[in-house]
Design a protein around this ligand. Structure first.
Ligand code: 3UK
Length: 515
């Protein structure tokens, strides 16, 4: 499929609404709070679309969504697209300071928030110059309208705004090694293109599938894999609002809703394998296929999962800049430890510093081109120029290819790391550790654990009067847990007398990594 195959005026609401003609009474989504057919879902999308219009939202305007994976997430997402506005999918794990930056950067006038997340917005509310209205998914609060009251009385029909297929539909923020997160803009065409190129053509989603993802919907891995791709073929989805870290809650969802496709991160698979008597306690027999992305899936985890459950995991590398997966294994064609082969529709190269292709077996920089790639970052001229070079996207990943054309991840060219499939920036972790009263300075690097999964390790220089004890190491780890998203805490703390530095005082993290 090419973008030019779409009508010039295409709105990605079609991905939901094409189901109304032939399967309107089929279950579209299942969740612990409520389950909805395609018809019920579309009707409520229209009510929210009308409520957004009544609140003065115009086509092209940003609408913020900071919410857990509930039916309302899906409804507000499609309603925003339907009226030609731009959905801002906001990560639920960030700090109030990061929300402050994002809301000012995109100038959302309306923000829809899950009730438990509202307090993180309240503390920065006064600093918002653009935010006018907050809708809470729950009971009304001082300064925030309740969702039910907000949509009450609005009609269940609404005309679709005739967006151009290249009009922007979504904005997602992704972290960088330094500086603020980067807002990545995607057009309506990108959402359906990735659904067809990977979801249908590579993964082979079918109408009778039911997908379940631990990648949350605010992450394009989740929006694509657990919403757009299944709906594009009339398949159903399971939504799970809880934490992916509580493996037994996750397994209970699988028991209850019997999905056929399971998306998870490598860390999630490793955690599931650690559940004692997994198969005696949980029934995984509904699953036909598993998917892993976000970070590299180590071959040992692939084999253990296969031995324990009998199921294949499809590993594929995706990026928010591309919207979804662009190099992937394929059912029946899997090499454990590899990211797979380029997804048809994308052209992928591994190049050296002179833009020449490297030989098979040699490591180089991964670049790619394809029609679902974003055009730029929002309000980031320099970073955009560096990443989007002509037709090519610089991923920042190091890769090599074997003689059969399979691609293997070999790390990143910046210091960023993926922990449990989500970005962790060494500088953010370092600045938290430095705020501990016993610490002079520190450096954080990626280190592999016993499952070959990457986790942060901190090298710490202590103030003179603090002895380097295991208790203090534990205390620093707990301190990080309290002051950042818990997944970013270092798993190891090593005390050192000084850090290796360049003549200009830049920390040489490669020396600490042992390279
Ligand atoms: C890394 C991987 C090795 C790699 C994503 C699927 O992860 C996604 O998007 P992000 O923008 O991060 C992109 C970066 O993450 N990565 C992702 N998958 C793999 N490294 N093997 C993998 N399988 O560094 C890449 O550049 O957060 C993944 C679908 C949609 C997505 N947005």
């Amino acid at each position: 499929m090419k973008a030019a195959d779409l009508p010039l005026h295409y709105n990605a609401i079609e991905i939901l609404e094409h189901n109304l003609a032939t399967r309107s009474s089929k279950g579209a989504l299942f969740s612990d709070s409520r389950s909805l057919t395609f018809q019920q879902l579309s009707a409520e999308v229209n009510r929210v679309a009308n409520a957004l219009k009544a609140a003065g939202v115009r086509p092209g305007e940003y609408v913020g969504l900071l919410a857990h994976d509930t039916p309302e997430w899906v409804i507000c997402f499609f309603a925003t697209l339907k009226i030609g506005a731009i959905h801002v999918g906001i990560n639920t794990l960030l700090t109030p300071e990061e929300y402050d930056y994002i809301l000012n950067d995109c100038r959302a006038r309306i923000l829809i928030v899950s009730e438990p997340l509202l307090e993180k917005i309240e503390v920065i509310r006064e600093r918002q110059s653009f935010l006018e209205e907050v809708i809470v998914l729950g009971d009304p609060q001082p300064g925030a309208l309740g969702y039910k009251q907000w949509i009450d009385g609005h009609p269940t029909t609404c005309a679709t705004y005739p967006t151009h297929r290249e009009d922007i539909a979504t904005l997602n923020y992704s972290s960088g090694s330094t500086g603020q997160p980067k807002g990545i803009l995607h057009a309506h065409k990108d959402l359906i293109l990735t659904a067809v190129l990977w979801g249908q053509n590579v993964l082979g989603l079918q109408e009778d599938d039911c997908t379940f993802a631990l990648a949350k919907l605010f992450f394009t891995f989740g929006t694509g894999g657990n919403l757009l791709m299944p709906f594009s073929v009339g398949a159903s989805i399971v939504l799970f609002a809880g934490s992916p870290r509580i493996a037994k809650d996750v397994m209970r969802q699988i028991n209850r809703y019997r999905p056929t496709i399971f998306y998870n991160s490598p860390t999630g698979y490793a955690m599931t394998l650690a559940i004692p008597d997994l198969l005696e306690r949980y029934d995984l027999s509904s699953l036909r296929l598993c998917v892993s992305a976000g970070e590299a899936l180590p071959a040992p985890i692939w084999h253990q999962w296969k031995e324990t459950t009998g199921l294949d995991i499809i590993d594929g590398i995706g990026a928010t800049e591309v919207y979804h997966i662009f190099i992937s294994n394929q059912p029946g064609h899997i090499k454990p430890g590899a990211s797979g082969k380029p997804v048809p529709g994308y052209e992928v190269r591994i190049i050296d510093e002179n833009w020449d292709d490297v030989q098979p077996g040699e490591i180089g920089n991964l670049i790619l081109k394809g029609e679902s790639i974003a055009l730029s970052y929002l309000h980031q001229y320099d970073r955009s120029k560096r990443a989007f070079v002509g037709e090519w996207l610089f991923t920042g990943d190091k890769y090599w290819m074997d003689k059969e054309g399979y691609f293997y991840h070999a790390g990143r060219s910046d210091d960023m790391m993926k922990v449990g499939g989500i970005w962790a920036s060494p500088t953010e972790i370092e600045s938290t550790i430095i705020s501990h009263p016993a610490v002079v300075e520190c450096a954080v690097v990626a280190k592999s654990d016993q499952s070959e999964l990457v986790k942060p390790k901190a090298f710490v220089v202590l103030k003179d009067n603090h002895p380097a004890t295991p208790e203090l190491a534990q205390e620093i780890i707990s301190f990080c847990r309290e002051h950042m998203a818990a997944y970013k805490r270092p798993r190891w703390v090593e005390f050192v007398d000084h850090l290796p530095k360049t003549a200009t005082g830049k920390i040489q993290r490669f020396k600490l990594r042992g390279e």
